[in-house]
Design a binder for this molecule. Structure first.
Ligand SMILES: Cc1ncc(COP(=O)(O)O)c(C=O)c1O
Length: 423
């Protein structure tokens, strides 16, 4: 029996930033998570602890270097659990998702020939578009699948019409960072594989909101960023081992040529990796504390199971909050909401809500809220094709409210009251 009344707000005590107030004494309300989430104390301590105990480069014959090597191995194991990767050796770390995508797109392009095709989508963050568009330089054809402007769902029949025997890769987001749509990845994987193409998934936006299982999804590559799921600024790539082995990397000659090391250019952000493990362990702790009623499993069988149940608990809790927020926004005059608004379809969206309001620009709304300690984003958040397709780019894009599991009903209410009072 799933606990729909689940309350995750006690986790807040673990996040120092959530205790902060502004100079006027307003408690900060962090609805800016899609731009980067706050971190628990354990992540801060792990990163600070790295500098005290393990601050060395890898491969040395002394204690701090041994500890550093363990930090890297532990982070790979943590991310393998987070993504349900068959092996930690399929995890590659980098600066961020954008850098990893540019780097791997170049490696993949080395295998392509003029006339080969790649499909991207109009619903994606530009980090999953521009790196592929750049391959037009070498006469790769890049096509763009559209979305339905009514509810911001990906147009799967348009995507199907673009697939040909020449399609070598489909790049798609797991969830939209602008309007919150969750794409049906297993279905898209089957469509891509049907023509022999690889599926590249940008899970940056989805990662803090639900369980990721690369084996269930059936994708070939998946990228995410730890700063979006309560960790530090580290990019993470998962790829099927045999595919990674087929790709050559841009690396300096003395570097380790094996997978995954060959894709990790230069020295990693090792203090960040200590934080990645701590972020994953934090989430596993959420699973132990709140996830027992999910998956019919209260006797946890290791960190993977804890993570899966944590993310199910988080998705359930967030759903209640975003249902309230959407209903509250719909009751205000002059608001246009973008994306899925029918509660019967809320399984297909995450708690990231975009809207515009008659008489105010998105920047005016974000600044008004910001002055009251309520942090939201405005503009296009690099999902430039989305704002253009929705016809709002020229007028300043949309206001984006991004809920996370550390937000509360009270914060949602304060936000709605502030909007109500805005004149
Ligand atoms: C959906 C999505 N993809 C990719 C990115 C880029 O991630 P990174 O900052 O790790 O390069 C973002 C950042 O906001 C995002 O929201």
């Amino acid at each position: 029996m799933i606990d729909l009344a689940i309350d995750l707000s006690p986790v807040r005590s673990q996040f120092p930033a959530l205790q902060e107030t502004d100079e006027q004494g307003h408690p900060h309300i962090f609805f800016d998570g899609p731009g980067g989430t706050q971190v628990p104390q354990s992540v801060i301590e792990a990163m600070a602890g790295y500098f005290v105990k393990a601050n060395a480069n890898k491969g040395g014959y002394f204690i701090t270097s041994h500890r550093n090597d363990k930090v890297i191995d532990d982070a790979r194991a943590a991310m393998a659990d987070f993504l349900n990767a068959p092996s930690p050796q399929e995890i590659v770390f980098g600066a961020n998702m954008t850098t990893l995508t540019y780097s791997l797109s170049r490696s993949i392009a080395r295998r392509l020939k003029p006339g080969d095709e790649i499909i991207v989508t109009r619903l994606d963050h530009d980090a999953n578009v521009s790196p592929w568009l750049a391959l037009e330089e070498q006469d790769i054809t890049v096509k763009m699948a559209d979305f339905d402007v009514e509810d911001c769902r990906l147009d799967l029949s348009h995507l199907a019409s673009l697939l040909t025997d020449q399609t070598k890769l489909v790049a798609v987001g797991y969830a939209s960072n602008a309007v919150g749509t969750i794409n049906p990845i297993p279905r898209i994987a089957a469509m891509a594989h049907n023509v022999g193409a690889w599926l590249w998934v940008d899970a940056v936006h989805y990662a803090p909101h639900g369980p990721i299982d690369v084996q269930r999804l059936g994708c070939d590559f998946l990228v995410c960023s730890a700063y979006k799921f309560f960790g530090p600024h580290v990019g993470v790539l998962w790829g099927k081992f045999d595919l990674l082995e087929q790709l050559s990397a841009y690396q300096v000659r003395p570097a380790n040529p094996k997978v995954p090391y060959r894709f990790e250019t230069g020295t990693l952000n090792q203090e960040g990796l200590a934080g990645v493990t701590a972020a994953v362990d934090y989430l596993a702790g959420v699973g132990r504390a709140y996830g027992a009623t999910f998956d019919g499993n209260s006797a946890f069988d290791g960190r993977r199971q804890e993570l899966k149940q944590a993310m199910q608990a988080i998705a359930t809790y967030e759903r209640r909050l975003f249902t309230e927020m959407i209903a509250g926004l719909q009751s205000l005059p002059g608001i246009t909401l973008y994306g899925i608004t029918d509660p019967a379809e809320f399984d297909e969206r995450c708690p990231t809500i975009a809207f515009t309001r008659d008489g105010f620009t998105p920047t005016q709304i974000a600044a008004y809220l910001g002055e009251r300690g309520i942090f939201v984003w405005d503009g296009n958040y690099y999902a430039i094709n989305v704002t253009e397709r929705l016809g709002v780019e020229a007028s300043g894009g949309m206001v984006r409210v991004g809920l996370a599991h550390y937000n509360t009903q009270e914060e949602v209410d304060r936000f709605l009251t502030a909007l109500k009072e805005m004149t």
